[in-house]
Design a protein around this ligand. Sequence first.
Ligand code: IMP
Length: 216
Amino acid sequence: MSDVYPVNFRHCIFALLFFTYIMNELIFATNNPDKLREIQDLLGDSFKLNCLKDIDFSEDIPETGDTLEINASYKANFIYRIFNRDVFADDTGLEIDALDGKPGVHSARYAGPEKNSAANIKRVIHELRYARNRKARFRTVISLIINGKEYSFEGIVKGTILKTLHGQKGFGYDPVFQPSGHTQTFAEMELKQKNLISHRAIAFKKLVGFLKKGIY
Ligand code: IMP
């Protein structure tokens, strides 16, 4: 038995090293551990994801573009230029019909630079106080740079902005956003349920489908 065990063990080590060698690596230009876990879960073992912390990058990447597309692309290119490695970045915004698509790209800082979600929601509720049309959508854009070429993926979920807050879960505008076809806001849903239908999950699934096809 003692002769067999070391051979099997060596095989395992060899297989592990070989797998690590052929396994593709991707940088996700984020330091948000929830997002990282979410997409690693969707990707499975075919790609190993590294976040900015994993590559010892601690600077803030500016998000000063006028569109989600520009910001996602800027972030991905910023990292690509420094590290010359395959990378993707995302940007999300809440687009409200009655506010001509605002807060959109300014969603995080709608009520000020503090990125305060309660204040952001308060401002949105105030601005919609006379609105009959309360339709809105969350939109996520992902920019991927792989083998030196850039690709873009979009995820949208439509819904309604409620007049009052409902639910404690989630983050950002979740307590006032009720996705179409549902009776709960995102903040009333379990994370698993939100992740089945969310803008981010839709965009990520498109990215994962593209990566799994391997035609890039
Ligand atoms: P980010 O691009 O993912 O950082 O998102 C920008 C801002 O959009 C966040 O700071 C939130 O205010 C808002 N946001 C993004 N995703 C969600 C979500 O799933 N629910 C609620 N708000 C969100």
